[in-house]
Design a protein. Structure first.
Lengths: 291, 438
């Protein structure tokens, strides 16, 4: 029984983190067709912001989190305006530009903080025991925060004017433009929202992990796998895909401890298998015309 | 001879002079390449150790090479080997062809050091490894002496001995647990990062630990860069292991120690955790790495021999932190290369090799004697054992790194006890005492 609880908890925590990252990534892809490879680099920047705020400036972690989310979201919008918007029509160029952006962020962090492994304290310290399994309060917080943020995002997209504009732009950019929506502005706002989500993920995950300038690489691969599995640009697909891969990882660690390092590979294999059966992903659209 | 012919002749003479070994001898500097991942603690250790060595030697006027005193000039090469092995080989190539170094010290990951070794050997330059532990690096010397004789291991001793030392540490802790907590049969969880150097340690542990009267509770192989190991820790707790035998050289050592401490997993961590050897470990684990033990080379207050204190104190004074084993670039230069060059009276690699491989000398971590294999072939590997290099074991005790081994260690029942100055008793985590103390 404890093993099942372990797998459920492991899958939920891992899935929640992936879901937060993947939804942000899907959002900007769905709206502006931007494959933002720097998405997890923004997550890394937020983590360093919190480190500076809490360990260097002595601020409470909550203030550090808020500052990190605001600053990184702003940086995301500036990056969009300065770097991505001028070349937006060339998807390949955008892809390369965001890779370059991520590398620049990585190297800047390497220069400032070197490759030394750093950490920040948990927002809520300690753990509780659930049916014999120890769970960090921080993990519970991550899970609850992920669900809350996704609920807020759903309300925002479904019940606000900006949300409607974002959804309209995601469905058809040209028609949205013809209807008077400033598509470029919506794209920039969405970029801020998307990067803000990445920063939020970084903020709640950083106490559970370690900081180093290359920490964006592994989550990037898993996040992209989630997005492809769920269907490019589909928020629902990203959400469900994240939990599928999260549970796949947990199953590998608990059922094959000698192969724990293979958890990423197994998750990616599942993605490939699903794509072989359904090339558009679980909730994606096969042809552009289907939009 | 017309002017053009003269010009060509002079150019040829200058070229031949430039590429000949005499150019080095006529120069006033000995160039030592220091190669390592310079943006990381390991590379910084390489560089700091070498810097200290160069400063010390140069302050005395340099190294006596024949009739000349030659100062040391260090050339830094960032191998970036954690991220890209190609960067490492390029950095070594640059040291050889552009910087034209006389010697090289450093290297960290076996996967990167193997190709770097090939490049240095091709150029017949002595390369003293100060980081990689895989036996293959030295087996190559025995297999193909003429090609690989320029390679010497500087630190650590090879992974076979690393694991042997780690087993001794596990055995020591098991004895403490049996005695103080009355645990009749010690169960050991083996947790090794998935890396080339750690692979041979798994079958070794499976063979040795049962022979030492312990039971293996399970084997886990997390990724070297895993950031969440709560799943592994849950499984380890369920296995009711008393000892967690760790084999980590990468970042996974931090989340593992931190999360195990936060979850108060009732088992003591012993083995190799390179991150736990560093002063920054306490901050990196937010103080949750208490009671974590690791094989180590240096610890403030612990003396392997009469040279240790001066080196450790000098290093702490100069760089503000305890040296790690990568800082043994210091001993590689001060105790290994410098006296050998003086003895040889030349920078000729072949002459230096023939002297160095026969020397037995003291370094800051013990006595260095290069081994031969069973057939008497040179390995240029380090001899492990009492009287030579043994390493130490350290434990984090309430925010301070303390030396805990060797403490009355007997290599064989007949052997004399070995205790290094400054070692203290091992502490068991209180939550473990709470669980097992009847």
């Amino acid at each position: 029984m404890a093993l099942v609880i372990d797998i459920i908890i492991g899958g939920l925590i891992s899935g929640s983190t992936l879901a937060l990252l993947a939804i942000g990534f899907s959002l900007i892809f769905g709206v502006a067709r931007i494959v933002n490879i720097a998405h997890t680099a923004f997550y890394m920047l937020a983590a360093y912001c919190i480190y500076v705020a809490t360990q260097k400036m002595g601020l409470h972690p909550v203030w550090g989190m808020l500052a990190a989310i605001v600053l990184v979201a702003l940086l995301g919008m500036i990056s969009y305006k300065a770097l991505i918007n001028p070349i937006r029509e060339h998807e390949g160029a955008v892809l390369i530009a965001t890779i370059a952006l991520a590398m620049i962020f990585q190297e800047i962090m390497s220069l400032i903080f070197t490759g030394t492994y750093l950490s920040v304290p948990a927002l809520i310290k300690g753990y509780f025991t659930l049916l014999g399994v120890k769970v960090f309060y921080q993990q519970l917080l991550t899970f609850c925060a992920a669900l809350l943020v996704m609920a807020v995002l759903w309300v925002f997209l479904m019940r606000t004017k900006l949300g409607l504009a974002i959804r309209s732009t995601a469905q058809d950019r040209e028609v949205a433009n013809l209807m008077g929506i400033n598509e470029a502005r919506v794209a920039m706002m969405t970029m801020g929202l998307s990067v803000g989500l990445a920063a939020f993920t970084g903020a709640i995950v950083v106490p559970l992990t370690i900081l180093e300038p290359h920490m964006w690489g592994t989550p990037l691969v898993m996040m992209m796998a989630v997005v492809v599995l769920g269907g490019l640009g589909s928020l629902k697909g990203s959400f469900i895909g994240a939990y599928i891969l999260g549970f796949a990882e947990a199953l590998v660690v608990f059922l094959a401890p000698m192969g724990a390092y293979l958890k990423g590979s197994v998750a990616l294999s599942i993605m490939i298998l699903v794509l072989l059966i359904r090339p558009e992903g679980l909730f994606g659209v096969y042809f552009e015309e289907e939009r | 001879m017309n002017r053009l012919d003269k010009g060509i002749l002079i150019s040829v003479i200058v070229f031949l002079f430039a590429v000949s070994p005499w150019a080095v001898v006529f120069g006033q500097e000995i160039k030592i390449g220091v190669i390592g991942p310079m943006k990381f603690v390991q590379g910084q250790g390489h560089w700091n150790g070498a810097t200290m060595a160069a400063e010390e030697i140069n302050a005395k006027g340099g190294i006596q090479v024949g009739t000349k005193k030659m100062k040391i000039k260090l050339i830094q090469a960032d191998s970036n080997e954690f991220l890209n092995v190609t960067d490492a080989t390029n950095a070594m190539e640059r040291l050889m062809t552009q910087d034209k170094v006389d010697f090289v010290v450093g290297g960290f990951r076996t996967e990167a050091v193997l190709p770097m070794q090939d490049i240095a050997m091709e150029h017949k330059k002595i390369f003293i490894g100060c980081g990689a532990a895989h036996p293959e690096l030295c087996l190559r010397v025995a297999k193909n002496y003429n090609t690989y004789k320029y390679w010497f291991r500087g630190t650590p001793f090879n992974s076979t001995y690393l694991v042997r030392a780690a087993f001794i540490h596990v055995g020591t802790v098991a004895a403490v647990l049996k005695q103080s907590l009355n645990i009749p049969k010690i169960k050991v969880a083996v947790v090794a990062e998935k890396a080339m150097w750690a692979d041979p340690m798994i079958p070794a542990a499976e063979g040795a630990l049962p022979k030492m009267g312990m039971e293996i509770a399970g084997i886990w192989r997390p990724s070297p860069v895993a950031t969440d190991v709560t799943a592994e820790l849950s499984a380890i707790q369920r296995s009711e292991a008393h000892i967690i035998f760790t084999i980590f050289s990468s970042s996974v050592g931090i989340p593992f120690a931190r999360q195990a401490g936060e979850l108060k997993i009732p088992a003591i961590q012993v083995g190799i955790n390179v991150e736990a050897q560093k002063d920054g470990f306490w901050q990196a684990t937010q103080g949750m790495g208490n009671y974590v033990m690791s094989s180590n080379t240096y610890c403030q207050g612990v003396e392997s021999n009469e040279l240790t204190k001066a080196f450790v104190d000098g290093y702490v004074k100069r760089f503000g932190e305890t040296p790690t084993y990568n800082s043994d670039t210091y001993s590689a230069i001060v105790h290994g290369l410098a006296p050998t060059i003086e003895q040889a009276g030349t920078l000729d690699s072949d002459k230096i090799v023939s002297i160095l491989e026969g020397r037995v000398y003291k370094s800051a971590s013990g006595t260095v004697k290069y081994m031969k294999d069973a057939e008497g072939k040179h390995l240029h590997d380090l001899t492990f054992g009492p009287g030579f290099l043994t390493g130490i074991s350290t434990q984090w005790q309430d925010g301070k790194l303390a030396g805990v081994w060797p403490n009355k260690w007997k290599a064989t029942p007949e052997a004399p006890e070995v205790t290094y100055k400054g070692v203290v008793p091992i502490k068991i985590p209180p939550w473990m005492i709470e669980k097992y103390k009847k």
